[in-house]
Design a protein around this ligand. Sequence first.
Ligand SMILES: [Zn+2]
Length: 300
Amino acid sequence: MHVRGRCASRDAAEITVPTGDQSPTDAVINRPLDLVDSHAHLDFAQFDADRDEMLTRARKVGVKTILAIGIGEGPHQLRAALPFAEKYDWIYASIGIHPDAAHQASPAHFDEMRELARHPKVIAWGEIGLDYHYDEPPREVQQRVFRRQVELAREAELPIIIHCRDAWDDCLPILEEMWKPTGIGGILHCFTGTEQHARRGLDMGFLVSFAGNLTYPKSGALRQVAAKLPLDQMLIETDSPFLSPQGRRGKRNEPAFVLEVAHALASVRNLAVDEAATATSANFRRLFGMSASMSPEDSS
Ligand SMILES: [Zn+2]
C-alpha cells in the first residue's frame, strides 16, 4: 500500500545537518564500522532486480545485522521476511500486521502468527500500531488489531516494533496499559514524535529508532530530540525501500544507507560516526539478547 512504512517528517528547522562527508566506500577504507539496520522491508518488489547486490553493498559499508520486517503486502504474506532470515545468518525476521492493513486481519492470520512466532529467527513482532495520517482503516479497527497483536506478542514474549503516526495520544496509553507491565520492551520505529513521547516510550523499555528523515532540512525538532535522549536507548534504521536520506530523496532507499543515518546521529551528538554506529548496534543486541558474534563478519 502506498503509505506503508513511511513516516512524516517534522517541520521545525533550527539545526541543519549534512549527511556526512564520507561516502560509504570512504568509511570502509578509514575504519570498519559496526552498523545495524533495525528496520528494512527486504521483500518489497523495489529490490527484485538487485536484491543480492543490495545486500552485498550493505555488508561492504559495515552492516552486521538487518531486522527484516515481515508485514509483506498485507496479512496474506505473514512469512514475508522469513526467506531472508533463513538464507542469511546475519538477517533476522519479524512478523506482524501493519495498521494500514488492519481491516484485512482475520482470526486465521492471528493463528498463523502465533505459529510463526516460534520460528527461531523470528525475534520481534511488528510493525504494529496506529496510523491516523489517513482516515482508513477506521481507528477502532486499527486499535482492535493492534491490541490483539500486543496480546499475542506478550504470549510469545517477543519485543514489539511500533509504527505510530499522528496517533501518540492513543498509542502510548495502550502500550502503558498492555505492554509496560511485561517488561519486554521493543522499538519505536521511525520515530517522529516529541521528546515527551519518546520519554514515555523509554519508561516502558522501548528503544527509539531514527530513520533517514533525521537528515532532512526540516527535521530540526526531530534532531533536537535525538540530541537529548540517552544514547544507550537509541537505534538507527533505513525503513528501506522508503525514506531515503536527504541526498537520495525520491530514490529507492536500501540498508547500506543506514550509514547516512549514523552520520546524522553522530553529528547531533558530537560523536564520530563509528561511535554512533557501535552504540546503536550494542543497543540492538542488548534488546534482543544477542552477542556481537551473532552478527557474523563474513557470511554473505
Ligand atoms: Zn516499516
